[in-house]
Design a protein around this ligand. Structure first.
Ligand SMILES: Cc1cc2nc3c(=O)[nH]c(=O)nc-3n(C[C@H](O)[C@H](O)[C@H](O)COP(=O)(O)O)c2cc1C
Length: 170
């Protein structure tokens, strides 16, 4: 699939079919995260793949805006490592997440990005998944086969782009 098509057509999926995600597809998603750019190439991230229904149910109950984790067969929990990069350990994992969303979409899989960092959920996820203290839990991503085709709009380019100097039109 063309990368521009994936960027344009990917949508957040919050309803999933009762069908497992194949290991080879999951690995390609994780590989896409691995190849994301990071400051000084420090790669200050770690990904926890959660398939266990019990753990997913617990996370779904803890995350007000992520109830569908109970339904998606996979959840990827994304950590940031401050020891690896003190300044960019919060930002760089997001690059990996975006790559993963696109790699999933290109393989016919749906995803939804859910924020975790700096919420009351962060310590709960740490406890549930035995995450060492040093890490930050940046976010989690549901992964599975979609049973919806949602649509979304975006602001027009002219509202978010200037040319030459702020506020100047092309
Ligand atoms: C940092 C971040 C946090 C998000 N947190 C949630 C969330 O907790 N629950 C949820 O359902 N969607 C969440 N989303 C998904 C956004 O709502 C979604 O990307 C946005 O509405 C645009 O829709 P689209 O992804 O379908 O284009 C999050 C997205 C980002 C980037």
């Amino acid at each position: 699939m063309d990368v521009l098509e994936a960027i344009r057509e990917r949508r957040s999926i919050r309803k999933y079919k009762d069908a497992p995600v194949e290991d080879d597809k999951l690995e390609k998603v994780l590989e896409a995260g691995r190849w994301a750019p990071s400051a000084s190439n420090k790669q200050p991230w770690h990904f926890i793949v959660v398939r266990d229904p019990g753990a997913r149910n617990t996370m779904a109950n803890q995350h007000t805006y992520g109830r569908f984790m109970a339904e998606s067969p996979v959840v990827i929990v994304v950590l940031g490592d401050p020891e690896s990069h003190p300044k960019y350990h919060l930002a760089d994992p997001h690059n990996a997440v975006q790559n993963m969303l696109l790699a999933a979409y290109a393989q016919g899989l749906g995803t939804c990005w859910m924020g975790v960092r700096d919420t009351s959920i962060e310590p709960k996820f740490k406890q549930l998944l035995d995450i060492p203290d040093k890490y930050r839990v940046i976010c989690c991503v549901s992964l599975g086969y979609s049973r919806t085709t949602p649509t979304k709009t975006r602001k027009p380019l002219e509202d978010i782009v200037s040319y030459g100097k702020y506020g100047q039109e092309k």
